[in-house]
Design a protein around this ligand. Structure first.
Ligand SMILES: Nc1ncnc2c1ncn2[C@@H]1O[C@H](COP(=O)(O)OP(=O)(O)OP(=O)(O)O)[C@@H](O)[C@H]1O
Length: 356
């Protein structure tokens, strides 16, 4: 069994605002194994970033960690270390973990690149923050190696270019090279391809997947688009209103989804076959997280909601040993309800594509 490198236990995060306390993350637990790719998926505002910021040691002035532990295991200067990222001191976070053991890439590569510095120098500067004793020749070799690693052929030209001279896809490759320059064990990708066109998106995702496999890297993908992670995530956590409402392997979530919210997200994800078709959206909006939520948070938007959904929060029901969903539809007393026809057809097509 692969070792667990990250264990988030019962994390609850709120933000103090003039409207009251926004309960953005309401008891989140998940594990990530070494070399595993996990996707955190959900609509905007469901708490994906709020869950990940504490992992990166980012604490806004109005953020309140209400409860939880974030246990991270890594190879530190003195050998293997296990720490609670919510408890370690800021200096250790900055010197050993943030941008070193845990690296992050964002949607817009320009936020991570310095527009006034040539690419080669930017990568060299990043390497120097974690490897202090390299000679200038060793440093140049390492820069070249990193550019090559992200699949860029014309290394010398790119080293001497500025970010604005590169395409969006190339810039994102450079950001990945910089993120991996410290040889992190965990890479967090926040909507890494949203700003790119579809073919480039696929190339960047395949690159991340390749690096994940080759380097035994653990990856967390954050996205609102389930379609994006279909081919890259090993596991998927679907989030709604600050909680995981369905979790499973990619196969569980894409071929056997059980929560009506996951049905909605899957139906809304663009599919190559419905290119011009208007995609069904999930009606309504996410709940006001300053208010107390009674029952299932998704109930008011759920066309399949049962009476109990408005009264009592569903527990996680087990579908198989690696698949769980928090919906009363899985209670043995619930009426049998099938997923929407359109989604069934899509899944049949996807299965065909995979197994053809
Ligand atoms: N600094 C903040 N102050 C107040 N409220 C915040 C703050 N950051 C996030 N929130 C609120 O917390 C909730 C969850 O936000 P979060 O950014 O985690 O969602 P998300 O799923 O990452 O969305 P997106 O895909 O748009 O980034 C939202 O209601 C948001 O308005």
């Amino acid at each position: 069994m692969k070792e667990t490198i990250l264990k988030v236990k019962n994390l609850a995060v709120s933000y103090t605002t003039y409207r009251g306390k926004v309960k953005s993350v309401r008891g989140l637990s998940f594990k990530l194994k070494k070399g595993e790719a996990l996707a955190l998926v959900g609509e905007s505002g469901c708490g994906k970033s709020a869950s990940v910021k504490p992992i990166m040691g980012e604490h806004e002035a109005n953020q309140v960690i209400e409860s939880g532990e974030i246990i991270f295991t890594y190879d530190g200067p003195q050998g293997e270390e296990t720490v609670d990222l919510l408890k370690i001191d800021d200096q250790k976070m900055q010197q050993e973990i943030k941008g070193k053991q845990i690296a992050m890439i964002f949607q817009d590569p320009m936020t991570s690149l310095d527009p006034t510095m040539k690419i080669g120098k930017q990568i060299a500067e990043a390497i120097k923050t974690s490897s202090h004793d390299l000679s200038s020749a060793e440093l140049t070799d390492k820069v070249r190696e990193l550019i090559d690693m992200v699949g860029i052929g014309h290394i010398d030209t790119v080293m001497n270019q500025y970010p604005h001279q590169l395409s969006g896809g190339m810039r994102q490759r450079i950001v990945i090279a910089i993120a991996l320059s410290s040889d992190p064990s965990l890479l967090i990708c926040d909507e890494p391809t949203t700003a790119l066109d579809v073919t480039i998106q696929a190339r960047i995702l395949n690159l991340i997947k390749k690096l994940q496999r080759e380097r035994g890297l653990s990856v967390i993908f954050i996205t609102h688009n389930l379609g994006v992670v279909a081919n890259v995530a090993d596991r998927v956590n679907v989030m709604y209103a600050g909680k995981i409402i369905e979790t499973g392997s990619s196969e569980d979530i894409f071929f056997d989804p059980r929560h009506p919210y996951t049905w909605g997200l899957l139906s809304a994800a663009p599919d190559v076959h419905d290119n011009e078709e208007k995609l069904p959206t999930i009606n309504g909006t996410i709940p006001d997280l300053t208010k107390e939520i009674v029952g299932d948070a998704f109930a008011p938007r759920n066309p399949y909601a049962l009476e109990i959904d408005f009264k009592e929060e569903p527990p996680m029901f087990s579908v198989n040993e690696h698949h769980e969903a928090a919906t009363w539809l899985l209670d043995e007393r619930a009426p049998k309800i099938d997923m929407p026809e359109l989604l069934q057809q899509r899944i049949m097509r996807m299965r065909g594509e995979v197994y053809d």
